[in-house]
Write a protein that binds this ligand. Structure first.
Ligand SMILES: Nc1ncnc2c1ncn2[C@@H]1O[C@H](COP(=O)(O)OP(=O)(O)O)[C@@H](O)[C@H]1O
Ligand SMILES: [Mg+2]
Length: 435
């Protein structure tokens, strides 16, 4: 099969790595790909948001199967356009991707179908929103409705923070049209859990749970980022909780989307908070998370073929394929970022990787996010998040407490691998998986 993957970050590198293991994968293109993906796929310089360019490329190159990984093209309707051109896709159509594209849509869906989530109000008028925060107890959570590159949410502890967030969103248009409407939510507490799930709109298969670390610095200090590291499985999410979430959240969401005439096919991401009142939805994403994918896909059983799973999702026969995970293993993914990240970064620094030493570690994957190859074939930094270093380890004794020993081993292996990687300004958190 001739396959095209839209996107060019660490998530896409992980997806392509596992797709490329399939005997059915004859040729893979990445649009635009990156320096690491270039080892596995042909990178084509078309941006993930250039929908017309993507469709034209797919048609001209006789693509059999397209995987659209990032949020922007999905919400913009990349799958609809590709399907209209006769190309089979993995990923939701725009009318289902709205579950991420509009947080207000998602909240109204949950309210209508009684899916547990934080209480909320919707505002399109700045004065009314300010009046509301003045009359309610803090903290409150202020969210821009639309896509905002992970920067559209403020957990406001003070009135000043709440008002500033509303003003920059609604008056100063910090997020453009994404912030014209806002949500003001009740602030929940509890551990956060991410669960990615394959679904074809009928069957839903959750993957191993994970825990993201979004703050820039150790001890959860500093600015919010796209994610500085992930562990999987999430130690707070046991089998009982998984069963409960499936019953109270996952299947009700699939059913709700069907009832609305918005069948969701692809990877649905549940951002959950395990509150004292039970699990609640913080948000949905309409695609694989980044960097969750880099920690979760390495836990897919070696007997499984990611391409077969994705094809089955697309053809609505997910129940006919086996999707197995290494439940006796844990993974730890540590992001190596550029010095200034999450602010805008200086790039173009040479990356040195001691491949022989990393190979000796044997269970380590280096997924590239912001890297590119120069004309001489040298690997250079090209973005804020540069590499995602993932180690997988197997538990010697799975217990009630899960695979804690495996997590400790995976952590130590990931940090060992990092010792063999260097570039000017390289920065990473040293506490992934410790809290
Ligand atoms: N209702 C809430 N109560 C407490 N914390 C929240 C709430 N909503 C969001 N958060 C915090 O803000 C983060 C970002 O919010 P989220 O809705 O996931 O938006 P995005 O990922 O699009 O930025 C969450 O991971 C969580 O830590
Ligand atoms: Mg989120």
């Amino acid at each position: 099969m001739r396959i095209m993957v839209v996107g060019g970050g660490g998530r896409e590198h992980a997806i392509i790595k596992y797709l490329s293991k399939s005997p059915k994968a004859d040729k893979i293109y990445a649009l635009p790909g990156n320096g690491g993906i270039a080892e596995l796929a042909e990178c084509v310089n078309i941006k993930a948001e250039d929908l017309d360019g993507i469709v034209k490329f797919a048609v001209n190159n006789k693509i059999d199967f397209a995987v659209v990984a990032p949020d922007d093209p999905l919400v913009m309707g990349a799958v609809d356009k590709l399907e209209a051109a006769g190309i089979k896709c993995f990923g939701p159509r725009a009318n289902a991707a709205i579950i991420e594209g509009s947080k207000i849509f998602a909240k109204n869906l949950m309210r209508k179908y009684k899916i547990p989530t934080a209480n909320f109000e919707v505002f399109s008028d700045l004065d009314k929103a300010i009046e509301y925060v003045n009359n309610h107890a803090l903290p409150l959570v202020i969210k821009a409705d639309g896509l905002a590159k992970g920067k559209g949410v403020v957990v406001a502890e003070t009135l000043q923070e709440a008002e500033d967030a509303l003003i920059s969103c609604m008056r100063d248009k910090k997020f453009g049209s994404s912030g014209e409407k806002v949500l003001i939510e009740e602030c929940l507490t509890g551990p956060e859990v991410s669960v990615l799930a394959f679904t074809d709109g009928h069957t839903l298969v959750p993957m191993v749970s994970s825990m993201d670390h979004t703050r820039a610095y150790d001890n959860n200090q500093g600015a919010n980022t796209g994610g500085m590291g992930v562990i999987a499985p999430n130690p707070h999410y046991d089998f009982n909780m998984a069963a409960r979430c499936e019953r109270e959240i996952f299947m009700p969401t699939i059913n709700a989307m069907n009832k609305e005439g918005r069948k969701f096919k692809g990877c649905l991401y549940f951002g959950l908070m395990l509150t004292p009142q039970g699990p609640k939805v913080i948000e949905y994403n309409c695609r694989f998370g980044d960097p969750e994918t880099q920690a979760v896909l390495p836990l897919l059983s070696d007997e499984c073929d990611l391409l077969e799973i994705m094809l089955a999702v697309s053809e609505e026969r997910l129940s006919s394929v086996r999707v197995l995970f290494k439940w006796d293993c844990a993974s730890c993914c540590v992001v190596m970022a550029s010095r200034e990240y999450p602010d805008s970064c200086k790039t173009g620094f040479e990356i040195n990787i001691d491949a022989a030493k990393i190979h000796e570690l044997n269970n380590v994957n280096i997924f590239h996010a912001g890297t590119k190859l120069n004309q001489d074939g040298k690997l250079l930094t090209s973005g804020g998040r540069v590499l995602a270093v993932t180690a997988v380890a197997k538990s010697k004794s799975i217990s009630q407490e899960g695979v804690g020993d495996a997590l400790a081993q995976a952590r130590s292996d990931a940090y060992n691998a990092i010792k063999y990687i260097s570039f000017d300004g390289a920065r990473y958190r040293s506490d992934i998986g410790l809290h």
